[in-house]
Ligand binder design. Structure first.
Ligand SMILES: [Fe+2]
Ligand SMILES: [Fe+2]
Length: 316
């Protein structure tokens, strides 16, 4: 009956609102508004896709690592990213999303991944810079998500963040080693930081007044800080690390502001950000084509696993 189901939805909505207000977790079995579910599926899918596509820029260097030690570290890091993607696809599945469908949307371009992975890795210093700046920015974004209102996402983030800390440290350690090396190595680090600094700042998304979904996501406890707050946190965290490394961040407007108790910094080129999101970044086509080829090449593995599972189920 329409009246009773409306009343029922009203009660369920009230329960949901109380859970959010009490800072408790929403679990997959709980009722949730459609918008909440859709927003989470979109965000978690985009996050999962970023982890998987994010394996490519550094993966390009696996066969060219300068030593066995560097190769072992890089392999471990890239494998961690695959694991992050898997936890996140699983979290999306608890919301009723279908993983095959999410993959299809990634390779047909209807779902996005972080714009940062559309930039090329030109030198081995980029492996260090990505760890330091890109994983560093990811940590700023993801630590507050450990308190996300959706249980499976928040719990996945705890392990992901621990691994991201390792990624950030290995990147910093690699750059610190190069900075103690030759003039050529130091120049290589600086050139790499010059290329990655601005794209790293763009990882926090557009400025708050151009981020239409932020307010609702914050009311739902999906997001805990605005894009600009997180960008500021990242800049404040990174400046002393750059000083310790001895590299210059390529922003003439970057300086400490005593009154705000924070660093002032310049504006990223948002037209570049929009172009990369539109698909016009230096590596968009290559990244998606690689992912599509890997998916097609893996068809026999999926078929074999499905046949095996069916046989196991049929067994007495
Ligand atoms: Fe990751
Ligand atoms: Fe990472």
């Amino acid at each position: 009956m329409p009246t009773s189901s409306a009343a029922e939805t009203g009660t369920l909505q009230a329960l949901f609102d109380e859970t959010i207000a009490a800072e408790q977790r929403i679990e997959p079995r709980d009722w949730m508004p459609d918008g909440y579910r859709k927003t989470l599926v979109r965000q978690i899918a985009q996050h999962a896709h970023s982890e998987i596509i994010g394996m490519q820029p550094e993966g390009d260097w696996l066969t060219r690592a300068p030593s066995l030690r560097r190769k072992a570290i890089l392999l471990a890091k890239v494998q961690d990213e695959a694991g992050h993607g898997l936890y996140l696809y699983s979290a999306a599945e608890t919301l009723g999303a279908d993983r095959a469908d999410l993959t299809a949307k990634l390779i047909d371009g209807t779902q996005k991944y972080s714009s940062i992975f559309n930039y090329p890795t030109r030198t081995y210093a980029d492996v260090g810079t990505i760890g330091w700046l890109v994983d560093g920015a990811a940590i700023c974004n993801q630590v507050p998500l450990c308190r996300s209102s959706f249980g499976p996402y928040a719990r996945a983030m705890i392990r992901v963040c621990k691994e991201e800390s390792f990624h950030q440290r290995q990147g910093y350690e690699l750059l610190a080693t190069m900075m103690r090396g030759t003039d050529e190595q130091r120049a290589m680090v600086q050139e790499s930081v010059d290329r990655w600094w601005w794209p790293a700042l763009m990882m926090f998304g557009p400025p708050d007044d151009e981020s239409p979904n932020t307010e609702q996501s914050m009311r739902w406890g999906i997001k805990r800080n605005t894009n600009d707050e997180l960008r500021q946190r990242f800049v404040d965290m990174t400046v002393p690390q750059a000083e310790a490394l001895g590299v210059t961040l390529p922003d003439p407007a970057l300086r400490w502001n005593d009154r705000r108790g924070a660093h002032d910094f310049g504006e990223p080129d948002w037209s570049e950000f929009k172009a990369v999101l539109r698909g016009d970044g230096p590596c968009n086509a290559e990244r998606v084509a690689n992912r599509r080829a890997a998916h097609e090449d893996g068809a026999w593995v999926r078929a074999a696993a499905t046949a095996f599972a069916a046989r196991e189920q049929a067994a007495p």
